[in-house]
Design a binder for this molecule. Structure first.
Ligand SMILES: Nc1ncnc2c1ncn2[C@@H]1O[C@H](COP(=O)(O)OP(=O)(O)OP(=O)(O)O)[C@@H](O)[C@H]1O
Ligand SMILES: [Mg+2]
Length: 316
């Protein structure tokens, strides 16, 4: 072990693939957590449970998003189904498509680029101990949880603690107001400029006009940049501005906005219709220069060469 290598028992930034990573919130990755109450509409929360918490007895409240596990087959068949080649190992599905990894990578990029203003801020990850896991399993809503296996563990993650991300609390905020709509488009395009495809733009994923949820985000470098047919790339890119446009209309209709006062940016309309001068749909997240961050670029590029299986070979 070299002098700058992390201590073997201390947690490391995750996930361990080239590209951005999220560091632990504390040196040990653990913390004394007071679970105040569960947040959100648990019946629709597929990936996680979110709690209002306090840490180490301090006054300040945070939001803690605690993630369920996903089998590699589920990630491959549901989350990575648009890829035209399989990934080389089950672990790579977890590293690139599991909601916890997706959030770590997107928030890691916002930290790298010093653009944490583009979403509700995340501070780091925590690992829950068995007592904390038992507490939230028992106190949390049972809705959508399998009684025998509430966190969806399988043989690959049986001994892995629950993973969670500490975020700023946006308690009591509305999803967004009409004056925030133009900023939401600006934020979305800025995320694309930083190589982040949100992939889940919809009303519930905004609070106070800011994105709170990156659990489906694909952050460059990512297999979607190299293993998707051009028609699907087109659809995927198109759906970002289209969904934001629909999100604004849907929420505005539900709240009886006076549309003569609502500013929907012209560029958003054009991107949503696929007629923008900027690549038809706006900025292409795949063109982000991720290489500038890699200390060992040759190793990162070699890793990418090994990520995808040859066409026709399938992991079972
Ligand atoms: N930072 C936060 N502050 C306050 N409430 C939050 C915060 N983050 C999440 N929530 C609440 O928890 C809910 C679920 O959060 P999030 O969307 O991140 O999880 P998810 O598992 O991806 O859910 P879904 O599958 O419904 O999108 C949000 O709709 C919101 O009500
Ligand atoms: Mg969500």
């Amino acid at each position: 072990m070299g002098p700058f290598d992390p201590h073997p028992n201390l947690p490391i930034p995750l996930p361990q693939v080239p590209g951005p990573k999220l560091p632990p919130f504390t040196l040990t990755g653990h913390a004394a957590i007071q679970f105040v109450e569960e947040l959100g509409d648990e019946s629709s929360s597929a990936d996680s449970r979110v709690w209002k918490i306090r840490i180490h007895g301090k006054e300040r409240y945070f939001a803690l998003k605690v993630f369920k596990f996903n089998s590699f087959e589920y990630l491959r068949d549901d989350f990575a189904s648009e890829l035209n080649r399989d990934l080389a190992t089950p672990q790579l599905y977890t590293d690139y498509f599991d909601p916890f990894s997706c959030e770590c990578r997107a928030y890691g990029r916002l930290k790298q680029e010093n653009r944490e203003d583009l979403a509700i801020r995340a501070h780091g990850y925590l690992l829950l101990d068995s007592g904390q896991e038992a507490e939230i399993t028992q106190r949390g809503s049972q809705c959508e949880l399998d009684e025998d296996n509430p966190w969806c563990r399988d043989e690959h993650n049986r001994n892995i603690p629950l993973r969670a991300i500490v975020k700023d609390l946006a308690d009591g905020y509305d999803h967004f107001t009409q004056s925030q709509a133009p900023n939401m488009w600006e934020d979305l395009e800025n995320l694309h400029r930083l190589g982040i495809l949100v992939h889940d733009v919809r009303v519930p994923n905004y609070l106070g006009g800011k994105l709170i949820d990156f659990s489906r985000a694909w952050t460059t470098p990512h297999p979607w940049c190299r293993a998707m047919c051009s028609a699907l790339v087109k659809d995927t890119r198109h759906s970002e501005p289209e969904r934001l446009h629909n999100t604004i209309i849907e929420w505005g209709m539900a709240n009886g906005w006076d549309w003569s006062e609502v500013v929907i940016p012209d560029e958003l309309r054009k991107c949503a219709s696929g007629i923008s001068q900027n690549n038809r749909y706006g900025t292409d997240p795949r063109s982000y220069d991720w290489r500038k961050w890699e200390k060992d670029l040759a190793a990162a590029e070699a890793f990418q060469q090994m990520e995808l299986l040859p066409v026709g070979v399938r992991l079972e």
